[in-house]
Write a new protein. Structure first.
Length: 133
């Protein structure tokens, strides 16, 4: 088992990561009858995309002896309706300060773009990348 979720009422859940015991709360967003006080489930999907990309970039750098000291991703999620779903995830990836040449930037970013979350989302969600280096 990966996680255990409990409905707390009022469109809120608690989610426990079983192996670590860490917990997060989710809340329905304000535009969908919720309070918007915590990540919504779709916020977590979009956030997972950014986190997964950074993680895979880090793994690529470790495997290739590349120092990866600075990485920030700002995530913007755009919803669609009929049916309600994530339409677009915009990732603003700031990797300034790593002193990589253009070839290295390209390879590291390509690694991030091939992360498991991106592969899972496939063609169902448009993913836009803005790279700052």
């Amino acid at each position: 088992m990966t996680s255990k979720l409990i409905y707390l009422g009022n469109l809120r859940t608690t989610c426990e990561h079983v192996s670590s015991g860490n917990e997060i709360l989710t809340d329905a967003p304000i535009d969908n009858k919720g309070k918007g006080e915590y990540f919504s489930p779709t916020d977590l999907v979009a956030t997972a995309m950014g986190s997964c990309a950074l993680t895979i970039m880090g793994i690529y750098c470790q495997e290739h002896g590349i120092a990866f000291e600075n990485g920030i991703v700002e995530v913007t999620k755009i919803m669609a309706s009929n049916p309600r779903r994530i339409e677009t995830i915009i990732l603003k990836v700031d990797i300034t300060g790593n002193n990589w040449d253009e070839k290295t930037v390209h390879k590291v970013i390509q690694a991030g773009k091939s992360c498991p979350v991106a592969k899972t989302l496939g063609d169902n969600v448009k993913i836009e990348w803005e790279i700052i280096w």
